[in-house]
Design a protein around this ligand. Structure first.
Ligand code: CUA
Length: 352
């Protein structure tokens, strides 16, 4: 009987350690200021986070109670003055043990039933928006970047394409249709909503609704090859007015060549020749569709789906030899003279 004690302590430690780790990770994730699903600002994300906290809290309480019951049982058994009297012991244990088992089963069933019902209600509420969205995002995942096309049911003329960025009007649900150009990816804006797989040959549909203005990071949530980790998008949730302004600006093309500086004007020619077969800039000769649309590139904060921050030095580094920055990237090194490089960077910086 004495060997029971260390075994119980070991069992207690095994039960408590994972819970303590999860709680510690959750606290670190919620407090370190980076994008985290623990800090949900989307309608579905908030519901799911609340459910997650409830289930975590219930699990912690259950672990504490079970641990306390085990410890109590061990201690009471040891202090029993009738220890050794086999007949008395047997009768007492059978009686009190059954009562504990009935109570334990009842409490367990109640907790599981409440958690199950809460999960069903939450997931049902998170599965669809309260009103039919009028704005649609067609998101196409590529190795390793995101193409995003906006369209609006009640305004067919609204249509434009961006890359590696998503803007959301706060308080308005948005329909999202997911397409893949190559392999399986997973679309994940942790602060707004849960993940959804992006599967070749199939259109998966989900919805998003931001409840609070702010920026966060979206990412690919499923391993999709060498640069899976560098497949980020910038998520901007903003007021509906700010969103309309942003969308209106997206629909206009690049500035006409007559308004460009001599360097940027020369850069536009270099761009059309060296970049235009893969990249598009609306309103210019650059019509490529293999690579991210760069019509408003200068207003983005990152280069290469989160590989670098968008500065002219980083841009020159990227254009000269992108694989040196992001090894698996499809963009080859672009051989340009120093003057051509300066001009093309000057041109790209006009693409607001
Ligand atoms: Cu795309 Cu991982």
């Amino acid at each position: 009987m004495c060997t029971e004690h260390p075994r119980s302590v070991g069992r207690l430690r095994r039960a408590v350690t994972p819970v303590a780790l999860v709680v510690a990770l959750a606290v670190v994730a919620a407090c370190n200021g980076t994008t985290s699903y623990m800090d949900a600002t989307g309608t579905a994300g908030r519901r799911e986070a609340t459910l997650g906290w409830w289930l975590t809290a219930v699990s912690c309480v259950v672990v504490v109670f079970v641990s306390a019951a085990i410890i109590l049982g061990i201690l009471r058994h040891r202090d029993d003055p009738r220890r050794g009297d086999e007949g008395v012991m047997e009768r007492r244990e059978v009686k009190s043990g059954l009562t504990w088992i009935y109570a334990g089963v009842a409490v367990t069933v109640a907790i599981l039933a409440i958690s199950f019902a809460g999960t069903l209600v939450t997931l049902n509420a998170a599965s669809r928006p309260r009103i039919t969205p009028s704005l649609t995002l067609d998101v196409t995942a590529h190795q390793w970047w995101w193409e995003v096309t906006y369209s609006q049911a009640d305004n067919p003329s609204l249509g434009f394409t961006t890359a590696n960025e998503v803007h959301l009007p706060v308080g308005e649900p948005v329909r999202v249709r997911l397409h893949s150009a190559d392999v399986i990816h997973s679309f994940w804006l942790p602060q707004i909503s849960g993940k959804m797989d992006v599967i070749p040959g199939q259109v998966n549909e989900t919805w998003l609704e931001a409840r609070k203005a702010g920026t966060s990071r979206g990412m690919c949530g499923e391993y999709c090859g060498l640069e899976h980790a560098v497949m980020a998008l910038e998520v901007t949730a903003e007021s509906p007015e700010a969103f309309r302004q942003w969308a209106d600006a997206r629909r206009t093309g690049a500035a006409p060549s007559t308004t460009l500086s001599p360097s940027a004007s020369a850069g536009r020619v270099v761009f059309a020749r060296s970049c235009g077969a893969c990249h598009a800039v609306t309103g210019t000769e650059a019509l490529g569709r293999f690579a991210p649309d760069l019509t408003h590139f200068a207003s983005r904060t990152t280069i290469g789906a989160g590989a670098l921050t968008n500065t002219s030095a980083h841009l020159a580094r990227w254009v000269r030899n992108a694989p040196a920055v992001k090894e698996g990237v499809r963009m080859p090194p672009i051989p340009l003279t120093d003057t051509e490089m300066r001009d093309v960077i000057a041109y790209i910086q006009t693409l607001h």
